[in-house]
Design a binder for this molecule. Structure first.
Ligand SMILES: [Zn+2]
Length: 283
């Protein structure tokens, strides 16, 4: 048999066209992922069950404010980010690994404004273009330090950084739901804290962690009522899950009117500005 016609046999062994150097092995290159997608975690489906249980347990055990009843989780979605956001996060983790021989990656909660019906039903997984929806802004671009700095009074305890909490009940305080919606949503973010500087007092002028550190942790104590984890680099944090839960039975529940359905950003600049103002009212 000719090599050019297919496999060949020599001393009892069969050689393929690839081994013979006549063709190159087929290499599948998946298409680049360019946008964020959400995937409903079905607790009745075994491939999703471990993920669902992990996040549900984290949410429930991290509910620290006893004056607010632990709400019922209604749905959990996994966030799949564009390739470039995953790449920059992985590169930053590599930087921390080389610097400290450890990343100190944690799952933390972040409450923000939801201006659409995202997550209310299993099929509600399309990010909106509404100007008041910080949740979709964050899911689309991940967190941006440039959006920090104009938060409402008292929120920027550690300056212009990206804030998360280890307590789901703290993030709930900043999770603003559309008017008349029965559901609230908070982001579970993976945060590469690296080496953290521990603070018991606010330090509102920070624009970066103290020299030699990668993040700031605010501890409950002298003048802080809630814990904060603050990073000052975009690539140090990524949204990983969305938890949809019933409104806690609390008189301090905050709502915002659901915007008109056709309210859209006119361009990317407007989108960024709206995201800034909305996101700065969170944590
Ligand atoms: Zn939205």
């Amino acid at each position: 048999m000719s090599l050019l016609s297919g496999a060949s046999s020599q001393l009892g062994r069969t050689y393929s066209r690839v081994e013979a150097g006549l063709t190159k092995p087929y290499l599948y290159v998946p298409p680049r992922k360019l946008s964020t997608t959400l995937r409903f975690l079905d607790p009745s489906d075994s491939p999703d069950l471990l993920d669902y249980r992990k996040i549900a347990r984290l949410f429930e055990t991290s509910w620290k404010h006893q004056h607010k009843q632990l709400p019922r989780i209604k749905k959990i979605f996994a966030v799949s980010l564009p390739d470039h956001l995953n790449k920059s996060y992985d590169e930053y983790k590599g930087f921390l690994e080389a610097r400290w021989n450890g990343v100190n990656e944690q799952l933390m909660f972040h409450g923000t404004t939801r201006g659409c019906s995202l997550g209310e039903e299993e099929q509600d997984i399309t990010l909106c273009e509404e100007m008041t929806c910080s949740l979709c802004c964050i899911l689309r671009t991940s967190f941006l330090v440039s959006m920090a700095g104009s938060a409402r009074r008292g929120c920027n305890r550690f300056g212009s950084g990206i804030y998360t909490s280890s307590a789901s009940s703290t993030a709930d305080h900043y999770a603003i739901a559309p008017w008349l919606s029965d559901d609230k949503a908070i982001i579970v973010a993976k945060v590469a804290l690296g080496k953290s500087s521990i603070h018991y007092r606010a330090s509102e002028n920070l624009t970066a962690p103290p020299w030699g550190y990668d993040s700031v942790i605010g501890k409950v104590g002298i003048d802080l009522n809630d814990d904060d984890q603050v990073v000052y680099r975009n690539e140090a944090i990524r949204p990983a899950y969305i938890v949809i839960y019933e409104r806690p039975n609390s008189p301090s529940v905050t709502t915002v009117p659901r915007p008109a359905p056709k309210a859209t950003r006119s361009n990317m600049t407007t989108k960024t500005k709206s995201s800034t103002s909305s996101r700065c009212t969170i944590m």
